[in-house]
Design a protein around this ligand. Sequence first.
Ligand code: HAM
Length: 428
Amino acid sequence: MSQKIAGVKGMNDLLPGELGGEMAPVETWQHVERTARELFARFGYGEIRTPMVEDTALFVRSVGEETDIVGKEMYTFEDKAGRSLSLRPEGTAPAVRAYIEHSVANQEPLTRWYYIGPMFRYERMKTGRYRQFFQIGAEAIGSREAAQDVELMDMVVQLLEALGLKEVSLNLNSLGDDACRPVFQQKLVEHLTAHRAELCEDCQRRLESNPMRVLDCKNAKCQAVVQAAPDILQFLCEPCKAHFGDVRRKLDVLGVRYVINPRIVRGLDYYTRTTFEFIAAHPALGTASTVGGGGRYDKLLKSLGGPDLPAVGFGLGLDRLTLLLKEGGQKYAPPPDVFIAVADEGSADEAFKLASRLRREGLRVEFDTRGGSLKSQMKRADKTRARFALVLGQTERESGKGQLKPMAGGEPIPVALNEVAQTVRAAH
Ligand code: HAM
């Protein structure tokens, strides 16, 4: 017997309709993507599509060697020429690489891009945390002003609103810059070292390699130590404090609600100043409740060999957004407008032609290519939740008239066979 081959663990199939398991139906994904594309265009963001694979060094030098993402979770392999390549674990570094490679700075002073696509991280899986997952991200390169940070946050807020996701809160922080963060870090390390024995194994290691990451460890014992840790916002230098103040003021100007959360340190090393996360209150996602995150990365372009330009961006987890919508019970697959049923063999071609014509005229039409009895076709019409069924037999062919039968019940609507599309539309 031939053995079945399963899909790769942590990587999901997205199926239409009700066929999928844990994942939201593909129509929900399409709805989110469509909504984002339409909205982001209103904000003046153009789409970029970069390869799924990049030089490993790109992520090591941007996301950071000491982060979990690069240290533990990257899919890295050698190609046939012995180059070290990695499946992208995130979208910011590739966007910046493309920006530098195409000398975009010489062509426009302010660049706004978005992307939608799969990312890869070898993570421990659970609901909302996968090894291939999808991000909708946006990056704005060239402005150091708070208005740019706030424009991006506003864009996320408007997307969540458009999707009807209300229970998501914006958590805001600033990580300072090279002038003030080292002072904070020193105080933090002093505090953590004094409580070293209380920290989890991972955090004892992080204390040496990446102490900021201890701040967002989920371990209860670490959280207790973190509770009493110094607060980064108390250590901001004057320019960083002013920038953070501007961000808050402009959020207020737009009426965007947020909470200050000094524990938002993010899992990537490139951030400076503003960082933020959008956290869902819904229990469906458990600890995978962060639907998006982002912030400024004013030093990244230069450190990757590009111009010394400031930038800010965000990434949203499409898997998580769609799970929230699925939980809300919303369905996005539109039912067929009309099911064309064949009453007798002699009408099959005529019905087939009618179905084709109605599709050309813009209707969603179901037609059972297997043929079969009228009864079995009507059963299928019911199952597809078509709005109307139209039976085509000899009488209809000869008279050029038929009836649109509302599948949800009600009086049939008489219709001329050459006016089906207009009649269906008018019946809305
Ligand atoms: P990130 O916080 O690593 O940021 O990822 C952004 C979002 O991707 C998360 O909030 C989460 O919703 C989703 N996500 C991350 N890992 C997984 C996973 N294993 N399974 C499902 N969803 C996941 C970034 O990647 C930055 N590039 C964001 C950014 C853009 N910062 C500036 N510009």
